[in-house]
Design a binder for this molecule. Structure first.
Ligand SMILES: C[S@@+](CC[C@H](N)C(=O)[O-])C[C@H]1O[C@@H](n2cnc3c(N)ncnc32)[C@H](O)[C@@H]1O
Length: 450
């Protein structure tokens, strides 16, 4: 049997994130690219995430240090919270997707005794490898997973993954350690796949079955060792801070005092028909948390602000009334502006094969964003900034200037200044697709001041 290599006690210096200036990396601020290489941030590939460099940059631009408070109403896998924790800044993050929230919670636990962790992990890796080797011949994965999971893996690899899952869930160990192992296996799932499991969606048809099996045990071990090294890197000199990673709905009132927060920083779901609930399908199917589309809807989809047509049951709405009256009362011009797009989309959808509910998606999106803006306004200290990383969109060719509409709504509820800093243009890769609109889209940060 192949022996696992020992875990290095001290991580490589090359693992440390580099500090780059804003201008050099502006175009990547809205993407997860930099975070894929950074300690802890890289533990789960969540391209919906933004760059940790953006967060660090905004902390320093606003002079935010130890003892101050930051708020992220869409905290996802915890980029803002991890950045705050490493700088001793207090933070509150709200995330409504329970699996994504769990990822953040594992990324935020650094209180391991590093020497003990090193010993435990080496022992667990040894036992895990032995367990898989001994049970490989007799293990049977038939009927364990939903069909999609079988389509994504070579049967040999899936057996290894299944046995690792059993090993992690059944072996007695400290619970924080178990969560770390679970995340390491979660993050190994896409690397071990034979199918196209790159983001955003899984392409099981790309599993031709003619490639040799990948060694899932090896992938898992490497991931776990990397994570362990990162914990040492970040944990050794982080100042104490209070980090609240809350599973909740940022449209609702939070247990945060008025004027408690010095800076808010977030990236809301873009209005681009992206189904966040579907993003973790492979992972939640693998762990047996969900088995069907309906499970995913009930556990995740229904809890998120509307940004995709898959979240909408058309029969529940009257299109003309879908946009909230509160928007009309707050700012009738913005109401009219959104309502015109909603009406245009209601017409255009009838001429399209898919008849997508983009009209309702647009109306509901702004209803929901308004609630988040109000709650964020309440918790900020006067003069504090609220940064929102955003992109606009053009469903069925109707341009929705998301950043402009959100800025107008923000102003209507009391934010007094607004500015948009563009990171990059978007949508270029579909330029030659005749089915698509040719509206140039952009991504950047909307900066609001209370
Ligand atoms: C663009 S992502 C933010 C990712 C985050 N910056 C990170 O680094 O992982 C938007 C997130 O908002 C979450 N979300 C959607 N509706 C929500 C709600 N009502 N309350 C809290 N979070 C919500 C989604 O699940 C998603 O993870």
């Amino acid at each position: 049997m192949e022996q696992p290599t020992q875990l290095p006690l001290f991580p490589l210096q090359g693992d440390q994130p580099q500090n780059n200036s804003r201008d050099t990396h502006l175009k990547d601020f809205g993407t997860f690219k930099d975070s894929l290489k950074a300690p802890v941030h890289s533990w789960f590939r969540y391209p919906a995430g933004y760059s940790y460099k953006f967060v660090d940059y905004m902390f320093s631009e606003n002079g935010l240090g130890t003892g101050r408070w930051v708020y992220d109403p869409f905290s996802g896998t915890g980029t803002t919270l991890v950045c705050a924790k490493s700088k001793g800044i207090n933070a509150v993050g709200i995330e409504a997707h329970a699996f994504v929230h769990w990822v953040a919670s594992v990324k935020l636990y650094w209180a391991f005794d590093y020497v003990r962790l090193y010993q435990d992990i080496n022992a667990l890796i040894r036992h895990g490898r032995q367990f898989v080797a001994e049970t490989m011949k007799t293990a049977d994965t038939t009927g364990v997973f939903p069909e999609l999971v079988y389509k994504c893996y070579h049967p040999q690899t899936l057996k290894q993954l299944y046995l690792l899952r059993e090993f992690i869930t059944q072996t007695p160990m400290d619970d924080h350690l178990r969560q770390l192992l679970k995340l390491a296996l979660t993050d190994s799932l896409r690397d071990a796949a034979a199918a196209g499991t790159g983001w955003p969606y899984i392409a099981p048809n790309k599993n031709t079955g003619d490639k040799p099996p990948k060694d899932a045990v090896q992938i898992f071990e490497e991931t776990l060792k990397k994570m362990c090294g990162h914990l040492y890197t970040v944990g050794k000199d982080a100042a104490a801070s209070e980090i609240q990673n809350i599973l909740g709905d940022s449209r609702q009132r939070q247990a945060i005092a008025d004027h408690q927060i010095d800076l808010a920083l977030t990236s809301p779901p873009y209005l681009n028909n992206y189904d966040y609930a579907d993003r973790t399908r492979l992972e939640t199917y693998f762990w047996g948390i969900t088995q069907t589309w309906k499970d995913i809807t009930q556990q995740y989809r229904d809890k998120l602000i509307v940004a995709a047509t898959t979240q909408i049951v058309r029969g529940q709405y009257v299109v003309a009334d879908a946009l909230a009256r509160t928007i009309l009362e707050l700012d009738s011009r913005t109401y009219e502006q959104i309502q015109q797009s909603v009406q245009e989309l209601s017409k255009r959808r009838l001429t399209k094969g898919g008849k997508k509910d983009y009209d309702l998606m647009v109306a509901l999106y702004f209803n929901h964003i308004l609630e988040v803006l109000k709650e964020t306004y309440r918790v900020l200290v006067p003069n504090a900034k609220f940064y929102l990383v955003l992109g606009d969109s053009a469903p069925y060719g109707v341009h929705i200037p998301t950043e402009q509409i959100i800025a107008q709504l923000a102003q209507a509820i009391g934010f007094r200044e607004r500015e948009f800093l563009e990171f990059r243009k978007r949508g270029g890769k579909w330029k030659n697709n005749p089915q698509r609109h040719n509206i140039e889209l952009r991504e950047g940060v909307l900066i609001l001041t209370k």
